[in-house]
Ligand binder design. Structure first.
Ligand SMILES: [Zn+2]
Length: 417
């Protein structure tokens, strides 16, 4: 969006007071585009998205015009050309004209959350650097959680625990957080954590008492106690190092509460204490595995017996016995097992089918017999519009439904030599 008549840069009120949530300002410019408008003010407490921190939301209103609705500020950005703060408002900003005096009010809960996350990030980055020399290369603030990327190949659980402990100790110390202004040379002499860009002649430094000094344009708390708490979450390997997820302040409380509720629900399922959940889950998985093993053995025995019965009752077809049978309640694994037993325990051709969620066919013959099960299966499934195949002695395929599987068995039997 283009701006006209902009001469001075927006005075950023949050630079010196992050707790200012209401202010008065003069409208410098309004540009309208596609139903929204970008409003430039001569001064503003609204934070525009930058440096990993997301924008404030809030309202603009014209004092003394109670009949006009408050105008919602839904996004705040920096104008790349002018460096001005742009307040993106809904509905075209009726009544706002250059020269008008407006009252701005920012969403204080959102601001507090951002201050907690961002100030917590300073403490966290400093703790990683102090304890292990891992520099922070980037910071991202999301809706749910925040991340920093560390210049490191790996961060282990012990290191995470130590950093989390130190960071929370600094919070418990309730150290002062001061804002200072200095030249890049002065900043370096003071021992700033991250080497600041040199093109600016005046830097804003965030000084966490005897713990960290860093150049930053964001909004921060007045003392570390206001961060509340830092909770480290998962880590993952990324291109530039290791990404560490974290939450601060009330987000940490919300996250811990959700974790607790999730664990409590899982513990109730197992009728156990939440700390016993991993042990119970492992135990249950072991039990499932041995139950599956036992079931497999039982099915082997059932198949062995059933093969015997079927062979006894089967009709003779010259040199072999023919078994044609459909099992509505069995699955493919079982009829495969049965086909193997039928063709190994006697001289037989077995044409078997099963129902269940995935109706299937298995054709088998005792090796040496002169039919071709693979070819017979291909021919059968082709007619059904399904897939299947195999070798000369054993083949399997799918059927669209139970009735066509049963029908296909009879057709295949008629095609045998
Ligand atoms: Zn900062």
């Amino acid at each position: 969006m283009s701006l006209t008549g902009v001469i001075t840069l927006t005075e950023r009120l949050y630079y010196t007071d992050s707790f200012l949530t209401e202010f008065e300002a003069r409208v410098v410019a309004v540009s309208r585009e596609a139903g929204d408008a970008a409003v430039t003010l001569d001064r503003s407490a609204f934070y525009p998205t930058s440096g990993g921190q997301v924008f404030d939301t809030g309202w603009l209103e014209l004092p003394g015009t109670s009949n006009l609705p408050r105008i919602r500020v839904k996004d705040v950005t920096e104008d790349e050309e002018t460096g001005n703060v742009l307040h993106i408002v809904e509905g075209g900003a009726q009544g706002l004209q250059p020269g008008a005096i407006v009252r701005g009010a920012i969403d204080a809960d959102r601001r507090q959350d951002h201050m907690q996350q961002h100030s917590g990030q300073h403490v966290l980055s400093a703790a990683f650097e102090k304890l292990y020399g891992f520099a922070t290369v980037s910071f991202h603030m999301g809706d749910e959680s925040c991340t920093i990327d560390l210049a490191s190949d790996a961060v282990n659980a012990k290191q995470l625990e130590s950093v989390e402990k130190l960071a929370n100790q600094v919070i418990a110390d309730d150290r002062r957080v001061d804002i200072r202004f200095a030249t890049p040379d002065e900043a370096r002499a003071l021992g700033v954590r991250k080497r600041p860009p040199t093109e600016r002649d005046r830097l804003r430094l965030i000084d966490i008492g005897d713990f960290d000094l860093n150049a930053c344009g964001g909004t921060h708390v007045r003392s570390t106690g206001q961060i509340g708490a830092i909770l480290l979450r998962k880590t993952e390997k990324v291109k530039q190092g290791v990404r560490v997820e974290f939450v601060c302040g009330l987000r940490a409380v919300r996250t811990a509460r959700r974790d607790f509720e999730t664990l409590t629900e899982a513990a109730a399922v197992f009728s156990t204490h939440i700390w016993e959940v991993p042990q119970q889950v492992r135990k249950s998985l072991d039990e499932i595995k041995s139950a599956q093993k036992a079931q497999h053995h039982l099915l082997e025995e059932v198949a062995e017996l059933q093969a015997k019965q079927l062979l006894q009752a089967a009709q003779n077809r010259g040199e072999y016995k023919l078994v044609v049978q459909f099992f509505p309640d069995r699955d493919l694994a079982y009829i495969k097992m049965l086909a193997q037993k039928l063709t190994r325990n006697g001289t037989a051709v077995a044409l078997l089918g099963c129902g269940g969620p995935q109706p299937s066919l298995v054709f088998g013959q005792t090796p040496g017999l002169e039919n071709d099960m693979g070819a017979l299966m291909k021919q059968t499934v082709q007619q059904l519009g399904m897939r299947g195949g195999g070798n000369r002695d054993m083949a399997q395929g799918g059927a669209p439904d139970r009735a066509s599987a049963e029908q296909a068995l009879l057709q295949a039997a008629a095609a045998l030599r």
